[in-house]
Design a protein around this ligand. Structure first.
Ligand SMILES: [Zn+2]
Length: 228
């Protein structure tokens, strides 16, 4: 799933991440997964979350709350990126138009479970009616750009952020782990591996530092089992 045609059968622990940006507006990139028990029963896997890891608790730990979030940007609409939209009633939510047209009836059966596509009787994970669609690379605010990086899914997108430490990009699941920055090692789960490579080249052209979406090493924890 993480590294195409490589490392099959090698089990790793991965995080599900969301990023909070605080500036003139408060912006959240992705919202993680909903109730782990519902996820584990509908699409058998082993995901878990401690109470402290719930988005509401994490926001509270930095003196914030869901009502502070003005904008949510979705890198794509897989269940583990959209599961807590319902907490953020004040936010305007955006995703790429191609995600909104693809998630309802994905061609690849593997993708139906990733989207929890309601057509296939999965419990809906988000309210599509709330989501505003974006169909081209767009500046959301000065220093904050939403860019199309398809390949993992048709409407996969990244968020380019000007930070005090330089240009940074959260590239969604185009870069689940840092190995995916290697042209020979695209992400394993994708709809189009050639599109992944074109998006990787586009991403590279910005010269931004990149935050992988499912890589335990972003937390500077040497031994991932300590978080398990
Ligand atoms: Zn995904």
């Amino acid at each position: 799933m993480l590294t195409y045609l490589n490392g099959m059968g090698h089990e790793v622990t991965i995080p599900h991440t969301a990023l909070l940006l605080r500036g003139d507006a408060t912006v959240l990139i992705d919202t993680g997964f909903a109730d782990p028990d519902v996820i584990n029963s509908a699409y058998p896997q082993r995901i878990w979350r401690t109470p402290e890891q719930h988005l509401q608790s994490l926001l509270g730990s930095i003196g914030s709350s869901p009502s502070d979030v003005d904008i949510i940007l979705h890198t794509h609409l897989h269940y583990d990126h959209v599961g807590n939209d319902r907490l953020f009633s004040n936010a305007t939510i955006y995703a790429h138009q191609q995600e909104l047209s693809y998630y309802r009836d994905p061609t690849a059966p593997l993708m139906r479970q990733e989207y929890f596509a309601p057509k296939y009787h999965y419990p809906p994970q988000f309210d599509a009616e709330r989501i505003e669609s974006i169909s081209a690379d767009t500046t959301i605010a000065p220093g904050l750009d939403f860019i199309h990086l398809p390949g993992h899914t048709p409407g996969s997108s990244g968020v380019l952020i000007e930070t005090a430490d330089g240009l940074t990009c959260f590239a969604g699941d185009l870069v689940m782990v840092r190995e995916n920055l290697d042209p020979k090692q695209p992400v394993g789960l994708h709809v189009d591996v050639d599109m992944c490579e074109r998006s990787r080249r586009k991403l590279n052209s910005y010269g931004a530092q990149i935050i992988p979406s499912h890589d335990m090493r972003i937390f500077d924890v040497a031994d991932v089992r300590k978080l398990a």
